[in-house]
Design a protein. Structure first.
Length: 202
């Protein structure tokens, strides 16, 4: 995430909105090897940058705030499951807050005086997973998808959490495991494609 110098906004100047203004971050594939390009394309995926300070009002009246310059990758869905659920689909907007919370272990909110302050500082992984489900339900009204995503986070979100908030050893293990997961995201679709081709040419 890029540093955001703004420490104060006013609700009058920035209206709460259901959708942020985003811009895609270029994939680092130029002058790279074919295998690295495949890895970036299949495993890393697109990242997005919040182009303007964004406020979002929750059902309980809290005005959450995401600063301009925050970079996130959307819903982390393995590529071989994306034909069912897109990473930029139903869970995309809730993932902005979830990614921010996973990195910082707090969110930001705009209080009644127009100041940006920390929201649920050091609340922990379980709290952010629960909030992700609530926001998904509020935004999309489709609780089943939110429940599936929350279950997936309970099972697989620990690596990403430890990458940011674990001990030095845990961070190293988490980063290595995430790289292996990324490689599997490349290998499994290729294996599936090869099996289809072999079945076809029989």
């Amino acid at each position: 995430m890029k540093n955001n110098k703004s420490t104060r906004v006013t609700v009058q100047n920035i209206k709460p909105s259901s959708l942020p203004k985003l811009k895609p971050v270029a994939l680092a594939t130029k002058h790279k090897s074919l295998w690295l390009i495949l890895y970036v394309w299949l495993a890393v995926g697109r990242q997005w940058e919040v182009a303007e300070d964004w406020q979002f009002a929750t059902n309980d009246g809290t005005v959450l705030f995401i600063p301009k310059g925050f970079v996130f990758n959307g819903a982390s869905i393995p590529r071989f499951f994306r034909f069912i659920l897109s990473p930029v689909g139903l869970l995309f907007i809730p993932s902005v807050f979830h990614d921010y919370a996973y990195v910082h272990n707090h969110l930001l909110e705009v209080n009644k005086q127009g100041k940006v302050i920390k929201y649920r500082d050091r609340a922990g992984k379980a709290s952010w997973d629960k909030l992700f489900y609530k926001l998904a339900k509020q935004i999309n009204g489709f609780s089943i998808i939110g429940k599936i995503a929350r279950l997936a986070l309970a099972i697989g979100g620990h690596l990403i959490w430890k990458k940011h908030h674990g001990s030095k050893f845990e961070k190293r293990i988490a980063k290595a495991a995430l790289k292996i997961t990324g490689i599997l995201n490349v290998i499994l679709p290729l294996v599936f494609l090869i099996l289809l081709i072999l079945e076809y040419v029989k």
